[in-house]
Ligand binder design. Structure first.
Ligand code: FAD
Length: 288
């Protein structure tokens, strides 16, 4: 399929990109790696009149430390996130999750910012960012603001972003040294979106979970932060009965579609199984 006609713009600064978006209004869309937007355009599910390519904005690239936080520029590719030594050392769940996105070809172009801003519940990064309690730095005609990942997703392809706003970076407070982490994803084949996936970050002291956070991918209209399940596990010794209760609480907040990945009830159960596996692996990795 061939996309509809559009005008191409390539600003070289965030200020220029935001000014263009404000001027062009609803007819414009931001282009990052193009690996979600261009397929949608080819299917004519998106027909923007203007594409504002962020590829020339150098300030949006790279991973850096800012105080106690890790900051990932929105145009950092998924491949660059996988090869970042800083992320591997401080927030290894990002590498684990990014390696399960699509295939190397997609990851060379697809960006972390595009993955979180897209609003597709099938994207893997949003639930991980919710699990990490990350926030998104956003810039628009009205200035700069920060939106918590847990408040960003409003529905399938609906986010808290205003039309003239772009995500400039993702900010994450690195979890404590020695934390346990895991991202477990069931997919039908390499390169597929999740039937269901679960992200877990936890810390353990004296045999008890001192903190636990859980995110779920592709089992609802939006990525999910499983707050109740996280709370059930926090303070527990991660015994079998408590894990069973937490898994049930996580399954209870899912509302997946029945589709070619399976009926809704199956996908809910897969989410529970992914969570149980992620908890077991995160626990093994946590240094008490
Ligand atoms: C075959 C295939 C398999 C895939 N499998 C997976 C998978 O398993 N898991 C997964 O997570 N993803 C998967 N993807 C999607 C891929 O990860 C995309 O790269 C990603 O979803 C979007 O990133 P992008 O940089 O390509 O964004 P684009 O496609 O350029 O943009 C996506 C959307 O986000 C908006 N946008 C982009 N950047 C910004 C920004 N900085 N600020 C505001 N809005 C912005 C765009 O306007 C657009 O609406 C797959 C893609 C393909 C083609």
């Amino acid at each position: 399929m061939i996309p509809g006609a559009f005008e191409y713009h390539r600003p070289s600064s965030v200020a220029d990109a935001v000014a263009l978006l404000a001027k062009l209004g609803d007819d414009a869309r931001v282009l990052a790696g193009g690996h979600s937007l261009v397929p949608m355009m080819k299917l004519r599910l998106a027909m923007p009149q203007h594409l504002v390519d962020l590829g020339g904005v150098k300030d949006l690239k790279g991973v850096r430390v800012e105080g106690a936080d890790i900051v990932i520029g929105a145009m950092t590719t998924q491949h660059e996130a996988i090869t970042s030594e800083l992320l591997a050392a401080k927030v290894p769940i990002l590498r684990e999750a990014a390696l399960q996105i699509a295939d190397p070809q997609v990851r060379y172009c697809g960006t972390v910012g595009g993955n979180v801003a897209n609003g597709d519940p099938g994207n893997d990064m949003p639930a991980v960012m919710m699990c990490l309690n990350a926030s998104y730095r956003v810039r628009g005609a009205g200035g700069e603001r920060r939106i918590a990942a847990r408040d960003f997703y409003e529905g399938a392809y609906f986010t808290a972003l205003e039309p003239s706003e772009i995500v400039t970076a993702i900010q994450i407070q690195a979890p404590p040294t020695g934390h346990g982490y895991a991202y477990e994803k069931l997919k039908r084949k390499i390169g597929d979106y999740a039937t269901a996936a679960a992200a877990v970050i936890l810390t353990i002291r004296d045999g008890k979970a001192t903190s636990c956070s859980i995110g779920l991918t592709n089992v609802g209209e939006r990525p999910l932060w499983a707050e109740d399940a996280s709370q059930i596990l926090t303070g527990s010794s991660l015994d079998a009965a408590t894990i069973k209760k937490a898994v049930a609480a996580a399954e209870a907040i899912t509302a997946p579609a029945s589709d070619n990945r399976g009926p809704a009830a199956y996908r809910t159960k897969v989410a529970g199984v992914m969570l149980a596996r992620a908890l077991a692996r995160a626990r093994q990795r946590a240094k008490a």
